[in-house]
Design a protein around this ligand. Sequence first.
Ligand code: PLP
Length: 469
Amino acid sequence: MKSDDFRKHAHEFVDWMADYLDRVEDLPVRPQVEPGDILTRLPLEPPVEGESMDRIFQDFQSVILPGMTHWQHPNFHAYFPANSSRPSILAEMLTATLAAQCMSWETSPAATELEARALDWLRQMIGLPPDFTGSIQDTASTATLVAMVTARERATNYAVNDGGGSKVAMTAYCSVDAHSSVEKAAKIAGIGSSNLRRIPTDGSNAMVPRELAAAIATDIGAGRRPICVVATTGTTSVSGFDPIHDIAHITQKHDIWLHVDAAWAGSALILPEQRHLATGVDLADSFVFNPHKWLFTNFDCTAFYVRDVDALLNTFQMRPEYLRTRQDSHVTNYRDWGIQLGRRFRALKLWFVIRSYGVRGLQDKIRSHIQLAQSLAAEVETAADFELLTEPILGLLCFRYHPAGVDDRAKLDKLNEDLLHRLNDSGKVYVTHTRVRDAYAIRFVVGQTETTERHVRAAWTAIQQAATA
Ligand code: PLP
Protein backbone atom coordinates (compact mmCIF):
# COMPACT_ATOMS: atom_id res chain seq x y z
CA MET A 1 0.00 0.00 0.00
CA LYS A 2 1.33 3.40 -0.96
CA SER A 3 1.63 6.16 1.60
CA ASP A 4 -1.09 8.28 -0.05
CA ASP A 5 -3.54 5.36 0.02
CA PHE A 6 -2.65 4.65 3.62
CA ARG A 7 -3.38 8.29 4.52
CA LYS A 8 -6.69 8.28 2.65
CA HIS A 9 -7.91 5.06 4.27
CA ALA A 10 -6.65 6.01 7.69
CA HIS A 11 -8.69 9.24 7.57
CA GLU A 12 -11.70 7.30 6.36
CA PHE A 13 -11.29 4.76 9.15
CA VAL A 14 -10.93 7.43 11.82
CA ASP A 15 -14.20 8.97 10.64
CA TRP A 16 -15.79 5.53 10.78
CA MET A 17 -14.38 4.94 14.27
CA ALA A 18 -15.73 8.24 15.60
CA ASP A 19 -19.15 7.53 14.05
CA TYR A 20 -19.14 3.99 15.43
CA LEU A 21 -18.50 5.19 18.96
CA ASP A 22 -21.23 7.81 18.59
CA ARG A 23 -23.82 5.37 17.26
CA VAL A 24 -22.85 2.09 18.91
CA GLU A 25 -25.83 2.36 21.26
CA ASP A 26 -28.16 2.10 18.26
CA LEU A 27 -26.77 -1.33 17.37
CA PRO A 28 -27.92 -4.61 18.95
CA VAL A 29 -25.55 -5.28 21.85
CA ARG A 30 -25.24 -8.95 20.95
CA PRO A 31 -25.56 -10.06 17.33
CA GLN A 32 -28.38 -12.28 16.19
CA VAL A 33 -26.27 -14.88 14.42
CA GLU A 34 -26.06 -18.64 14.59
CA PRO A 35 -22.81 -20.60 14.88
CA GLY A 36 -21.21 -20.81 11.42
CA ASP A 37 -23.14 -17.87 9.93
CA ILE A 38 -20.02 -15.74 9.52
CA LEU A 39 -17.77 -18.62 8.53
CA THR A 40 -19.99 -19.49 5.57
CA ARG A 41 -19.63 -15.94 4.30
CA LEU A 42 -15.83 -16.15 4.26
CA PRO A 43 -14.14 -17.65 1.16
CA LEU A 44 -12.63 -21.09 1.70
CA GLU A 45 -9.38 -20.13 -0.06
CA PRO A 46 -7.16 -17.08 0.55
CA PRO A 47 -7.03 -14.54 -2.29
CA VAL A 48 -4.13 -15.10 -4.66
CA GLU A 49 -4.04 -11.50 -5.82
CA GLY A 50 -4.22 -8.57 -3.42
CA GLU A 51 -7.62 -6.91 -3.03
CA SER A 52 -8.45 -3.23 -2.70
CA MET A 53 -8.81 -1.75 0.77
CA ASP A 54 -12.22 -0.40 -0.26
CA ARG A 55 -13.40 -3.94 -0.86
CA ILE A 56 -11.86 -5.28 2.35
CA PHE A 57 -13.42 -2.47 4.37
CA GLN A 58 -16.78 -3.05 2.74
CA ASP A 59 -16.65 -6.70 3.81
CA PHE A 60 -15.61 -5.67 7.31
CA GLN A 61 -18.80 -3.66 7.51
CA SER A 62 -21.13 -6.12 5.83
CA VAL A 63 -19.74 -9.50 7.00
CA ILE A 64 -17.77 -8.96 10.20
CA LEU A 65 -19.57 -6.15 11.99
CA PRO A 66 -23.01 -7.85 12.03
CA GLY A 67 -21.36 -10.76 13.84
CA MET A 68 -19.74 -8.68 16.56
CA THR A 69 -20.84 -8.30 20.16
CA HIS A 70 -20.52 -4.62 20.98
CA TRP A 71 -18.59 -4.53 24.22
CA GLN A 72 -18.51 -0.74 24.10
CA HIS A 73 -22.32 -0.49 23.95
CA PRO A 74 -23.55 1.39 27.05
CA ASN A 75 -26.04 -1.42 27.65
CA PHE A 76 -23.38 -4.10 27.81
CA HIS A 77 -24.01 -5.39 31.34
CA ALA A 78 -22.70 -8.94 30.90
CA TYR A 79 -19.66 -10.69 32.47
CA PHE A 80 -17.32 -7.92 33.59
CA PRO A 81 -16.73 -5.02 31.23
CA ALA A 82 -13.73 -4.84 28.94
CA ASN A 83 -14.09 -1.14 28.50
CA SER A 84 -12.02 1.32 26.52
CA SER A 85 -12.09 5.04 25.85
CA ARG A 86 -11.27 7.46 23.08
CA PRO A 87 -7.86 8.42 24.59
CA SER A 88 -6.99 4.73 24.87
CA ILE A 89 -7.97 4.07 21.25
CA LEU A 90 -5.83 6.99 20.08
CA ALA A 91 -2.86 5.53 21.93
CA GLU A 92 -3.52 2.11 20.39
CA MET A 93 -3.35 3.70 16.94
CA LEU A 94 0.10 5.06 17.76
CA THR A 95 1.19 1.75 19.29
CA ALA A 96 0.09 -0.08 16.14
CA THR A 97 1.98 2.41 14.02
CA LEU A 98 5.21 2.19 16.00
CA ALA A 99 4.74 -1.60 16.15
CA ALA A 100 7.65 -1.86 18.55
CA GLN A 101 8.61 -5.08 20.24
CA CYS A 102 9.36 -3.99 23.79
CA MET A 103 11.02 -7.07 25.25
CA SER A 104 14.13 -5.29 26.58
CA TRP A 105 15.07 -1.80 27.62
CA GLU A 106 17.24 -1.49 24.50
CA THR A 107 14.53 -2.62 22.10
CA SER A 108 12.45 0.39 23.18
CA PRO A 109 13.86 2.43 26.06
CA ALA A 110 10.88 4.78 26.25
CA ALA A 111 8.41 1.89 26.36
CA THR A 112 10.26 0.33 29.30
CA GLU A 113 10.60 3.58 31.23
CA LEU A 114 7.02 4.64 30.55
CA GLU A 115 5.80 1.24 31.77
CA ALA A 116 7.74 1.74 35.01
CA ARG A 117 6.33 5.23 35.50
CA ALA A 118 2.72 4.45 34.51
CA LEU A 119 2.64 1.38 36.76
CA ASP A 120 3.98 3.43 39.64
CA TRP A 121 1.28 6.07 39.04
CA LEU A 122 -1.28 3.31 39.11
CA ARG A 123 0.24 1.88 42.30
CA GLN A 124 -0.17 5.25 44.00
CA MET A 125 -3.70 5.59 42.63
CA ILE A 126 -4.87 2.31 44.19
CA GLY A 127 -3.01 2.87 47.47
CA LEU A 128 -0.45 0.06 47.23
CA PRO A 129 2.71 0.76 49.27
CA PRO A 130 5.96 1.71 47.45
CA ASP A 131 7.58 -1.68 48.01
CA PHE A 132 5.32 -3.09 45.25
CA THR A 133 6.74 -2.90 41.74
CA GLY A 134 4.53 -3.33 38.71
CA SER A 135 4.69 -4.66 35.18
CA ILE A 136 2.05 -5.10 32.49
CA GLN A 137 0.92 -8.64 31.68
CA ASP A 138 -1.53 -9.67 28.99
CA THR A 139 -4.23 -11.00 31.33
CA ALA A 140 -4.97 -11.61 34.99
CA SER A 141 -4.82 -15.34 34.20
CA THR A 142 -1.21 -14.98 33.12
CA ALA A 143 -0.36 -12.81 36.13
CA THR A 144 -1.82 -15.40 38.53
CA LEU A 145 0.17 -18.12 36.80
CA VAL A 146 3.33 -16.00 37.06
CA ALA A 147 2.65 -15.45 40.78
CA MET A 148 2.06 -19.15 41.38
CA VAL A 149 5.20 -20.25 39.53
CA THR A 150 7.24 -17.67 41.44
CA ALA A 151 5.71 -18.91 44.70
CA ARG A 152 6.65 -22.47 43.74
CA GLU A 153 10.23 -21.49 43.00
CA ARG A 154 10.70 -19.41 46.12
CA ALA A 155 9.28 -22.23 48.24
CA THR A 156 11.57 -24.85 46.68
CA ASN A 157 14.64 -22.63 46.50
CA TYR A 158 14.34 -22.65 42.69
CA ALA A 159 14.73 -26.42 42.62
CA VAL A 160 11.72 -27.17 40.37
CA ASN A 161 12.95 -24.80 37.69
CA ASP A 162 16.24 -26.60 37.87
CA GLY A 163 15.41 -30.26 38.28
CA GLY A 164 11.74 -30.38 37.28
CA GLY A 165 8.99 -31.92 39.42
CA SER A 166 9.03 -31.76 43.20
CA LYS A 167 9.84 -34.47 45.74
CA VAL A 168 7.23 -33.09 48.12
CA ALA A 169 3.61 -32.61 47.02
CA MET A 170 2.84 -28.90 46.80
CA THR A 171 -0.53 -27.38 47.68
CA ALA A 172 -2.26 -24.09 46.94
CA TYR A 173 -5.44 -22.50 48.32
CA CYS A 174 -8.25 -20.28 47.15
CA SER A 175 -11.91 -19.84 48.01
CA VAL A 176 -14.64 -21.94 46.42
CA ASP A 177 -15.62 -18.80 44.50
CA ALA A 178 -12.15 -18.04 43.06
CA HIS A 179 -11.89 -17.61 39.30
CA SER A 180 -11.16 -20.64 37.12
CA SER A 181 -7.82 -19.06 36.15
CA VAL A 182 -6.52 -20.03 39.62
CA GLU A 183 -7.13 -23.71 38.94
CA LYS A 184 -5.66 -23.34 35.48
CA ALA A 185 -2.54 -21.80 37.04
CA ALA A 186 -2.31 -24.66 39.56
CA LYS A 187 -2.45 -27.16 36.69
CA ILE A 188 0.20 -25.42 34.61
CA ALA A 189 2.47 -24.67 37.59
CA GLY A 190 2.67 -28.39 38.34
CA ILE A 191 0.73 -28.15 41.59
CA GLY A 192 -2.26 -29.96 40.16
CA SER A 193 -6.00 -29.33 40.39
CA SER A 194 -6.44 -31.87 43.15
CA ASN A 195 -3.81 -30.10 45.26
CA LEU A 196 -5.66 -26.80 44.98
CA ARG A 197 -7.76 -26.59 48.15
CA ARG A 198 -11.09 -24.86 47.72
CA ILE A 199 -11.72 -23.11 51.02
CA PRO A 200 -15.38 -22.52 52.03
CA THR A 201 -16.86 -19.05 52.16
CA ASP A 202 -19.13 -17.41 54.71
CA GLY A 203 -22.53 -15.77 54.20
CA SER A 204 -20.89 -12.76 52.58
CA ASN A 205 -19.03 -14.96 50.05
CA ALA A 206 -15.65 -14.35 51.70
CA MET A 207 -13.09 -17.07 52.38
CA VAL A 208 -13.20 -18.29 55.98
CA PRO A 209 -9.67 -17.86 57.43
CA ARG A 210 -10.26 -20.52 60.08
CA GLU A 211 -10.96 -23.07 57.35
CA LEU A 212 -7.85 -21.95 55.48
CA ALA A 213 -5.69 -22.37 58.58
CA ALA A 214 -7.15 -25.83 59.16
CA ALA A 215 -6.52 -26.94 55.56
CA ILE A 216 -2.93 -25.72 55.72
CA ALA A 217 -2.34 -27.48 59.04
CA THR A 218 -3.73 -30.73 57.62
CA ASP A 219 -1.47 -30.52 54.58
CA ILE A 220 1.62 -29.73 56.63
CA GLY A 221 0.73 -32.59 58.97
CA ALA A 222 0.55 -34.92 55.96
CA GLY A 223 4.00 -33.85 54.78
CA ARG A 224 2.82 -31.63 51.94
CA ARG A 225 4.24 -28.19 51.17
CA PRO A 226 1.73 -25.29 51.02
CA ILE A 227 3.18 -22.73 48.64
CA CYS A 228 0.52 -20.23 47.62
CA VAL A 229 -2.80 -18.73 48.70
CA VAL A 230 -4.84 -16.76 46.18
CA ALA A 231 -7.24 -14.33 47.84
CA THR A 232 -9.85 -12.66 45.65
CA THR A 233 -10.93 -9.06 45.90
CA GLY A 234 -14.22 -9.12 43.99
CA THR A 235 -15.10 -12.69 42.98
CA THR A 236 -16.53 -13.14 39.53
CA SER A 237 -19.90 -14.61 40.33
CA VAL A 238 -21.21 -12.31 43.07
CA SER A 239 -18.26 -10.13 44.11
CA GLY A 240 -17.10 -11.59 47.39
CA PHE A 241 -14.09 -10.08 49.16
CA ASP A 242 -11.71 -12.41 50.93
CA PRO A 243 -10.34 -11.00 54.23
CA ILE A 244 -6.79 -10.35 53.07
CA HIS A 245 -5.56 -9.12 56.42
CA ASP A 246 -6.55 -12.28 58.28
CA ILE A 247 -5.35 -14.49 55.45
CA ALA A 248 -1.98 -12.71 55.43
CA HIS A 249 -1.45 -13.56 59.09
CA ILE A 250 -1.79 -17.23 58.19
CA THR A 251 0.43 -17.07 55.10
CA GLN A 252 3.14 -15.14 56.93
CA LYS A 253 3.18 -17.67 59.76
CA HIS A 254 3.88 -20.49 57.28
CA ASP A 255 5.95 -18.51 54.77
CA ILE A 256 3.37 -19.01 52.00
CA TRP A 257 3.11 -16.65 49.02
CA LEU A 258 -0.08 -14.57 49.12
CA HIS A 259 -1.40 -13.46 45.74
CA VAL A 260 -4.42 -11.14 45.51
CA ASP A 261 -6.64 -11.40 42.44
CA ALA A 262 -8.55 -8.13 42.08
CA ALA A 263 -9.02 -8.48 38.31
CA TRP A 264 -12.24 -6.47 38.21
CA ALA A 265 -12.65 -4.76 41.59
CA GLY A 266 -9.06 -3.47 41.68
CA SER A 267 -10.04 -0.43 39.60
CA ALA A 268 -12.43 0.67 42.37
CA LEU A 269 -9.45 0.99 44.72
CA ILE A 270 -8.70 4.33 43.08
CA LEU A 271 -11.59 5.50 45.27
CA PRO A 272 -10.31 6.03 48.83
CA GLU A 273 -13.76 5.16 50.19
CA GLN A 274 -13.53 1.65 48.62
CA ARG A 275 -10.02 0.76 49.85
CA HIS A 276 -11.47 -1.00 52.90
CA LEU A 277 -12.42 -3.81 50.48
CA ALA A 278 -8.75 -4.72 50.21
CA THR A 279 -7.59 -4.10 53.77
CA GLY A 280 -4.34 -5.97 54.32
CA VAL A 281 -3.25 -5.90 50.69
CA ASP A 282 0.01 -4.30 51.84
CA LEU A 283 0.84 -7.67 53.40
CA ALA A 284 0.42 -9.60 50.13
CA ASP A 285 3.30 -10.81 47.98
CA SER A 286 1.62 -9.99 44.69
CA PHE A 287 -1.48 -8.22 43.43
CA VAL A 288 -3.20 -8.15 40.06
CA PHE A 289 -5.95 -6.06 38.50
CA ASN A 290 -7.10 -5.32 34.99
CA PRO A 291 -7.22 -1.72 33.76
CA HIS A 292 -8.62 -3.44 30.65
CA LYS A 293 -11.73 -4.33 32.63
CA TRP A 294 -12.87 -1.18 34.41
CA LEU A 295 -10.27 1.53 33.87
CA PHE A 296 -11.12 2.59 30.32
CA THR A 297 -7.97 1.09 28.83
CA ASN A 298 -8.15 -1.22 25.83
CA PHE A 299 -7.57 -4.92 26.22
CA ASP A 300 -4.89 -6.14 26.89
CA CYS A 301 -3.57 -4.33 29.94
CA THR A 302 -3.14 -6.19 33.22
CA ALA A 303 -1.30 -4.49 36.07
CA PHE A 304 0.73 -7.02 38.09
CA TYR A 305 2.59 -5.99 41.24
CA VAL A 306 5.12 -7.93 43.27
CA ARG A 307 7.12 -7.12 46.35
CA ASP A 308 9.97 -9.57 45.85
CA VAL A 309 11.17 -8.68 42.35
CA ASP A 310 14.29 -10.80 42.85
CA ALA A 311 12.14 -13.91 43.31
CA LEU A 312 10.29 -13.07 40.09
CA LEU A 313 13.51 -12.54 38.15
CA ASN A 314 15.16 -15.64 39.60
CA THR A 315 12.16 -17.59 38.33
CA PHE A 316 11.76 -16.14 34.86
CA GLN A 317 15.04 -14.57 33.78
CA MET A 318 16.71 -16.14 30.73
CA ARG A 319 19.96 -14.77 29.35
CA PRO A 320 20.74 -16.36 25.98
CA GLU A 321 23.65 -14.75 24.19
CA TYR A 322 21.49 -13.33 21.40
CA LEU A 323 19.37 -11.30 23.83
CA ARG A 324 22.19 -9.79 25.91
CA THR A 325 22.76 -6.06 25.77
CA ARG A 326 25.39 -3.72 27.23
CA GLN A 327 22.87 -2.23 29.69
CA ASP A 328 21.50 -5.47 31.16
CA SER A 329 23.06 -4.95 34.60
CA HIS A 330 21.44 -1.59 35.23
CA VAL A 331 18.14 -1.54 33.31
CA THR A 332 14.77 -3.27 33.53
CA ASN A 333 14.18 -5.88 30.85
CA TYR A 334 10.50 -6.70 31.14
CA ARG A 335 10.95 -9.92 29.17
CA ASP A 336 12.27 -11.32 32.48
CA TRP A 337 9.11 -10.40 34.40
CA GLY A 338 6.89 -13.14 33.05
CA ILE A 339 6.30 -15.77 30.41
CA GLN A 340 6.36 -14.02 27.08
CA LEU A 341 9.50 -12.74 25.41
CA GLY A 342 7.91 -10.37 22.90
CA ARG A 343 5.84 -7.55 24.36
CA ARG A 344 3.55 -4.95 22.85
CA PHE A 345 3.88 -1.30 23.88
CA ARG A 346 0.93 -1.42 26.27
CA ALA A 347 1.96 1.34 28.68
CA LEU A 348 1.20 4.04 26.14
CA LYS A 349 -2.58 3.64 26.34
CA LEU A 350 -2.49 3.59 30.13
CA TRP A 351 -0.47 6.81 30.12
CA PHE A 352 -2.90 8.44 27.70
CA VAL A 353 -5.89 7.38 29.79
CA ILE A 354 -4.48 8.53 33.13
CA ARG A 355 -3.33 11.86 31.68
CA SER A 356 -6.44 12.51 29.68
CA TYR A 357 -8.98 11.80 32.45
CA GLY A 358 -6.76 12.69 35.39
CA VAL A 359 -7.17 10.72 38.59
CA ARG A 360 -10.26 12.77 39.45
CA GLY A 361 -11.91 12.09 36.10
CA LEU A 362 -11.34 8.34 36.50
CA GLN A 363 -12.68 8.43 40.05
CA ASP A 364 -15.79 10.31 38.91
CA LYS A 365 -16.52 7.68 36.25
CA ILE A 366 -16.16 4.72 38.60
CA ARG A 367 -18.17 6.46 41.32
CA SER A 368 -20.94 7.09 38.83
CA HIS A 369 -21.06 3.40 37.84
CA ILE A 370 -21.32 2.37 41.49
CA GLN A 371 -24.08 4.91 42.03
CA LEU A 372 -25.98 3.61 38.99
CA ALA A 373 -25.81 0.03 40.28
CA GLN A 374 -27.17 1.22 43.62
CA SER A 375 -30.08 3.08 41.99
CA LEU A 376 -30.99 0.02 39.94
CA ALA A 377 -30.88 -2.14 43.07
CA ALA A 378 -33.31 0.28 44.74
CA GLU A 379 -35.68 -0.05 41.76
CA VAL A 380 -35.47 -3.85 41.83
CA GLU A 381 -36.08 -3.91 45.54
CA THR A 382 -39.28 -1.91 45.29
CA ALA A 383 -40.64 -3.72 42.20
CA ALA A 384 -43.37 -6.14 43.24
CA ASP A 385 -42.39 -8.93 40.84
CA PHE A 386 -38.63 -8.83 41.27
CA GLU A 387 -36.32 -9.98 44.01
CA LEU A 388 -32.87 -8.61 44.76
CA LEU A 389 -30.58 -11.59 45.38
CA THR A 390 -27.38 -9.71 46.21
CA GLU A 391 -26.93 -6.18 47.47
CA PRO A 392 -25.12 -4.06 44.89
CA ILE A 393 -21.39 -4.36 45.42
CA LEU A 394 -19.46 -1.80 43.42
CA GLY A 395 -21.05 -2.06 39.96
CA LEU A 396 -22.50 -5.59 40.31
CA LEU A 397 -25.90 -6.82 41.46
CA CYS A 398 -27.92 -10.03 41.05
CA PHE A 399 -31.69 -10.33 40.99
CA ARG A 400 -34.47 -12.44 39.59
CA TYR A 401 -38.01 -12.18 38.34
CA HIS A 402 -40.27 -13.59 41.03
CA PRO A 403 -43.93 -13.01 40.23
CA ALA A 404 -46.45 -13.50 43.00
CA GLY A 405 -47.65 -17.07 43.33
CA VAL A 406 -44.68 -18.70 41.56
CA ASP A 407 -42.54 -20.23 44.26
CA ASP A 408 -41.45 -23.50 42.73
CA ARG A 409 -37.64 -23.34 42.46
CA ALA A 410 -37.39 -25.08 39.07
CA LYS A 411 -40.17 -22.92 37.61
CA LEU A 412 -38.49 -19.74 38.81
CA ASP A 413 -35.16 -20.84 37.36
CA LYS A 414 -36.78 -21.60 33.99
CA LEU A 415 -38.70 -18.33 34.01
CA ASN A 416 -35.52 -16.35 34.62
CA GLU A 417 -33.53 -18.31 32.08
CA ASP A 418 -36.21 -17.59 29.48
CA LEU A 419 -36.25 -13.94 30.50
CA LEU A 420 -32.49 -13.67 30.08
CA HIS A 421 -32.59 -15.18 26.57
CA ARG A 422 -35.53 -13.00 25.55
CA LEU A 423 -33.70 -9.91 26.78
CA ASN A 424 -30.42 -10.75 25.10
CA ASP A 425 -32.18 -11.70 21.86
CA SER A 426 -33.85 -8.29 21.86
CA GLY A 427 -30.45 -6.67 21.32
CA LYS A 428 -31.36 -3.89 23.73
CA VAL A 429 -29.33 -5.21 26.63
CA TYR A 430 -26.75 -7.90 27.22
CA VAL A 431 -26.71 -9.54 30.66
CA THR A 432 -25.38 -12.89 31.88
CA HIS A 433 -26.43 -15.14 34.72
CA THR A 434 -25.07 -16.85 37.79
CA ARG A 435 -26.46 -18.85 40.71
CA VAL A 436 -27.08 -17.24 44.08
CA ARG A 437 -27.88 -19.68 46.90
CA ASP A 438 -28.57 -22.12 44.08
CA ALA A 439 -31.16 -19.86 42.43
CA TYR A 440 -30.77 -18.84 38.78
CA ALA A 441 -29.96 -15.11 38.94
CA ILE A 442 -29.64 -12.33 36.43
CA ARG A 443 -26.20 -10.82 36.94
CA PHE A 444 -26.07 -7.16 36.00
CA VAL A 445 -22.85 -5.13 35.83
CA VAL A 446 -22.51 -1.40 35.28
CA GLY A 447 -19.07 -0.54 33.98
CA GLN A 448 -19.10 0.40 30.32
CA THR A 449 -17.37 3.75 29.78
CA GLU A 450 -20.37 5.65 28.41
CA THR A 451 -23.12 4.13 30.57
CA THR A 452 -25.28 6.80 32.17
CA GLU A 453 -28.53 6.88 34.13
CA ARG A 454 -30.49 6.97 30.86
CA HIS A 455 -29.00 3.63 29.79
CA VAL A 456 -29.59 1.88 33.09
CA ARG A 457 -33.19 3.14 33.12
CA ALA A 458 -33.65 1.82 29.56
CA ALA A 459 -32.21 -1.54 30.61
CA TRP A 460 -34.56 -1.76 33.59
CA THR A 461 -37.55 -0.93 31.37
CA ALA A 462 -36.47 -3.61 28.88
CA ILE A 463 -36.13 -6.16 31.70
CA GLN A 464 -39.59 -5.35 33.08
CA GLN A 465 -41.16 -5.45 29.60
CA ALA A 466 -39.56 -8.78 28.79
CA ALA A 467 -40.73 -10.18 32.12
CA THR A 468 -44.30 -9.01 31.55
CA ALA A 469 -44.29 -10.40 28.01
N1 PLP B 1 -9.94 -13.15 38.08
C1 PLP B 1 -11.19 -12.69 38.22
C2 PLP B 1 -11.71 -12.41 39.59
C3 PLP B 1 -11.97 -12.44 37.08
O1 PLP B 1 -13.23 -12.01 37.23
C4 PLP B 1 -11.43 -12.71 35.80
C5 PLP B 1 -12.23 -12.47 34.59
O2 PLP B 1 -13.33 -12.01 34.61
C6 PLP B 1 -10.12 -13.19 35.72
C7 PLP B 1 -9.40 -13.42 36.88
C8 PLP B 1 -9.50 -13.50 34.39
O3 PLP B 1 -9.17 -12.30 33.74
P1 PLP B 1 -8.34 -12.31 32.38
O4 PLP B 1 -9.34 -12.43 31.29
O5 PLP B 1 -7.62 -10.99 32.37
O6 PLP B 1 -7.41 -13.46 32.43
